[in-house]
Design a protein around this ligand. Structure first.
Ligand SMILES: NC(=O)c1ccc[n+]([C@@H]2O[C@H](COP(=O)([O-])OP(=O)(O)OC[C@H]3O[C@@H](n4cnc5c(N)ncnc54)[C@H](OP(=O)(O)O)[C@@H]3O)[C@@H](O)[C@H]2O)c1
Length: 331
């Protein structure tokens, strides 16, 4: 019997809004892979804020493409079936994948991934560690390497980096990756996570609820060459006095005022710039990140694990905005 004729447990929403209560548990057919796709039996899925933002309608009309929608893209699992054109994988392979952002599908027992965003997962990397990576670690990687110009092999010039919300999904990977790149890292987080963020490698940590933390002032007087801005709601005027002459703020959640600052700084040829960043996921970067985890150079901090039958609890935790590391759902 082909997998496609079987039913699976999945969690979807049928309309915008509703938060955790808007999620419904359903039985739907196991999807079948197209030519360039693999069917995965999911072992772990991680949540990202974009998922509840999409449910809220904040990305309307682009996402979701249609309702009902099974959310989440970041998964680890085992290949069950491959499309006719797939060459790199076979049934039984353990992988990490980012499902297509338009299709989602991660809150389910099975999911479909494109071959080019699927990478092998060695036995040293657990399903939860792998599933944490795609959106969060790829964003940290892109922000540091492309936008901030940090070379992760440590061969570049020494840079001072500020990472805001360093205890969150993106931030905790950014701290670790930045330290691989020969940088001095100042990080912000809440008081309860200071020791954790130091243990990830940050040189200096600011409690964002203290006066010095609120103004992002480095305890040792560093000016920042780049800010990997993973928090929200901090105006340009707070960053500006803390930046070095050519300092950049890489904003991964740019709102209207950030976009104005971006345009203004460009038009006035300012040396200090605001750079809005949108993730462009690449399989080779995901493969690199999985390798770092397998070598013990990068770790996924797991905030909490939730069974698929209680996906609402994971969803509520994500909306709450106080995760330390990644929220994992296990089918
Ligand atoms: N542009 C892109 O392509 C892209 C990709 C990925 C993510 N994003 C966006 O980036 C943002 C971060 O994502 P994420 O997955 O890292 O979120 P997350 O895991 O939900 O972040 C939660 C963490 O942020 C900390 N935090 C909140 N406000 C803070 C502040 N003002 N200063 C310091 N720490 C603060 C919280 O600490 P406490 O609990 O102590 O408050 C918590 O540990 C989201 O808005 C997300 O949508 C964008």
């Amino acid at each position: 019997m082909r997998m496609a004729s079987k039913l699976m447990h999945a969690v979807w929403y049928e309309s915008y809004g509703g938060g955790p209560a808007g999620l419904k548990h359903v039985e739907v057919p196991v999807p079948a892979p197209n030519k360039d796709e693999v069917l995965l039996k999911l072992e772990a899925t991680s949540l990202n804020p974009v998922e509840w933002k999409t449910q809220k309608g904040m990305l309307r009309p682009i996402f979701p493409r249609k309702l009902p929608f099974i959310p989440a893209t970041d998964v680890a699992g085992e290949v069950m079936e491959v499309g006719l054109g797939v060459r790199s994988f076979k049934a039984g392979d353990k992988v990490v994948a980012m499902l297509h952002y338009l299709n989602g599908g991660g809150l389910a027992e099975y999911g479909i991934a494109k071959e080019n965003l699927t990478v092998p997962r060695p036995p040293e990397v657990s399903a939860a560690e792998g599933a944490g990576l795609p959106i969060a670690a790829l964003t940290a990687h892109q922000a540091l390497t492309q936008a901030a110009g940090v070379k992760l092999d440590g061969s570049g010039s020494q840079k001072n980096i500020l990472i805001t919300a360093a205890s969150g999904g993106v931030g905790h990977y950014a701290v670790q990756l930045a330290k691989l790149g020969n940088t001095h890292v100042t990080a912000t987080c809440g008081a309860r996570n200071i020791d954790l963020v130091k243990s990830l490698g940050a040189d200096e940590v600011l409690d964002y609820k203290t006066p010095d933390g609120a103004v992002l002032k480095s305890p040792s007087g560093q000016k920042y060459d780049a800010v990997i801005h993973c928090a929200t709601g901090i105006p340009w005027s707070t960053f500006e006095p803390n930046l070095s002459a050519n300092g950049k703020v890489i904003d991964i959640t740019p709102g209207v005022s950030a976009m104005w600052t971006f345009a203004l700084k460009k038009l006035t040829f300012s040396k200090k710039q605001l750079v809005p960043l949108l993730l462009i996921p690449k399989g080779r970067n995901l493969e690199y990140l999985v390798k770092l985890v397998s070598e013990g150079k990068l770790k996924t901090v797991v905030d909490s694990k939730h069974p698929l039958s209680k996906a609402e609890d994971a969803w509520a935790k994500s909306i709450d905005g106080h995760a330390t590391g990644k929220i994992i759902v296990e089918p």
